[in-house]
Structures are given as C-alpha cells and as structure tokens.
Design a protein around this ligand. Structure first.
Ligand SMILES: [Zn+2]
Length: 69
C-alpha cells in the first residue's frame, strides 16, 4: 500500500473522499445506490449519518475538527 500525499489535502478532505463512496449498510449489507450521507456540524465535530432504506440501521461517522481522530 503506497502512501501518497497530494498537496493541500487536509485530513477533512481525505475524510470527505472516503465518504463519497456509496453507503453500504453494516447491518444487512445493502448498498444504497445514490444514497448520501447527511452531515451535521456540532461543537467542533462533523457527524455523518446514513440511514439504511432497507433495514433502517443508522451508520454514523464522527470527524473531530480539533485534529484528533
Ligand atoms: Zn440495512
């Protein structure tokens, strides 16, 4: 696995890149084609949520803006 660091890429950019993928439910394995992550910003944290249209499970990812992961 090679490590590439494009100039100007921040941790947040990398995070967004990762979440650009089609959401796949961790519970039932359903791939939500065209599905999107809902983003909420609260107290220096960016919260991404995706609710599975098939089973209703919520997948949540939290990105902390204070630099810690
Ligand atoms: Zn599901």
């Amino acid at each position: 696995m090679s490590v590439r660091r494009p100039g100007g890429m921040t941790a947040l950019d990398r995070y967004r890149e990762r979440l650009r993928e089609t959401p796949t439910c961790l519970e039932c394995g359903h791939t939500d084609e065209g599905g999107e992550w809902a983003t909420t910003f609260r107290s220096r944290r960016l919260v991404y949520r995706h609710v599975c249209p098939r089973c209703g499970a919520t997948d949540r990812r939290v990105f902390r803006l204070d630099g810690t992961e």
